[in-house]
Design a protein around this ligand. Structure first.
Ligand code: ADP
Ligand code: ZN
Length: 219
C-alpha cells in the first residue's frame, strides 16, 4: 500500500502517518525528519539545508528526490509506505509516479488533511516533539498535552520545540505551502487519487478513522 499525506504544516501529517503504521504494516517516510537528521548529524547536505528550513523555504527538488529514492529502495519499504511531507511540488509528484511505475507500483490514495491557516498557527506554535528520534512522539500543549510537563508519555525523554515552529517561519511555511504545494493537490485530484479530510485544530484522528479511509481506496 502506498499512501501520500498532503496538508499544510501542522495539519497532522506526522501523527497520522504514525497511526497508519499501527494499522497496516507499512513504513513511515518523512522528508522533514530525514532532513532534520542530516542537520543534526552535521552532514554536508545537512549544512546546506539548515538555512533553507529555518527560513521556511523548500529544499531543492533534486535533493529531495535523491533522498526519497534511497528510502524507497530499502527492503523495509517494500511492503508499502506512508509518505509524509512528500511530494511537495508538482515536479516531485510527477517524479514519484514515474519512479513507482518503473517498479510496477502505484499510489493508492493521496489524503489531504484540510485545516485553516488560523488553526495551523495554533497547532504549530504549541507543538512539542520528543527529543528521542526513535520515539518521535508529537504533542500539543493545548490539544494533546503530555501527562507530565516537558516529558514524553511514551519514552520519558524530554520534549523540545522544532526550530522552525516559530511565528515568522510558520507564516513563511504557510505561504510556501499555498504557492508550491496546493498545485500538488490539483495534480492528485486530476489523477483521481485525492481523498479530503476536514479538520479543526482540536480534532484528533484515530485508528478507526484510518481504517475507514483505507476502505475508500479504489481498486
Ligand atoms: P511541516 O509539514 O510541518 O512544515 P516537515 O517536517 O514536513 O514540516 O518539513 C520541514 C521542512 O523541511 C520544510 O519547511 C522544508 O524546508 C523541508 N522539506 C520537507 N519535505 C520537503 C519536500 N518534499 N520538498 C522540499 N522541502 C521539504
Ligand atoms: Zn518519546
Amino acid at each position: 500500500m502506498i499512501i501520500v499525506l498532503l496538508g499544510a504544516p501542522g495539519s497532522g501529517k506526522g501523527t497520522v502517518a504514525k497511526l497508519f503504521t499501527e494499522v497496516v504494516n507499512i513504513e513511515h517516510i518523512s522528508t522533514g525528519d530525514i532532513f532534520r537528521e542530516e542537520i543534526e548529524n552535521g552532514t554536508e547536505i545537512g549544512k546546506k539545508l539548515e538555512k533553507t528550513m529555518v527560513r521556511g523555504s523548500l529544499v531543492p527538488d533534486e535533493i529531495v528526490i535523491e533522498a526519497i529514492e534511497q528510502r524507497l529502495k530499502r527492503p523495509s519499504a517494500q511492503n508499502g509506505v506512508v509518505l509524509d511531507g512528500f511530494p511537495r511540488t508538482t515536479k516531485q509528484a510527477e517524479y514519484l509516479k514515474e519512479m513507482l511505475s518503473k517498479q510496477g507500483k502505484k499510489i493508492d490514495m493521496a489524503i489531504q488533511l484540510k485545516i485553516s491557516d488560523e488553526d495551523i498557527i495554533d497547532r504549530t506554535i504549541e507543538r512539542r516533539i520528543c527529543s528521542n528520534k526513535k520515539c518521535g512522539a508529537i504533542y500539543n500543549l493545548k490539544y494533546n498535552k503530555p501527562r507530565q510537563e516537558g516529558i514524553c508519555d511514551k519514552c520519558g525523554s524530554s520534549l523540545i520545540r522544532r526550530e522552525d515552529d516559530n511565528i515568522e517561519t510558520i507564516q513563511r511555511r504557510i505561504k510556501t505551502y499555498h504557492t508550491r504545494s496546493e498545485p500538488v493537490i490539483k495534480y492528485f485530484e486530476n489523477e483521481g487519487l485525492l481523498y479530503n479530510v476536514d479538520l479543526k485544530a482540536e480534532d484528533k484522528v484515530t485508528k478507526n478513522d484510518i481504517k475507514r479511509w483505507i476502505k475508500e481506496i479504489k481498486n
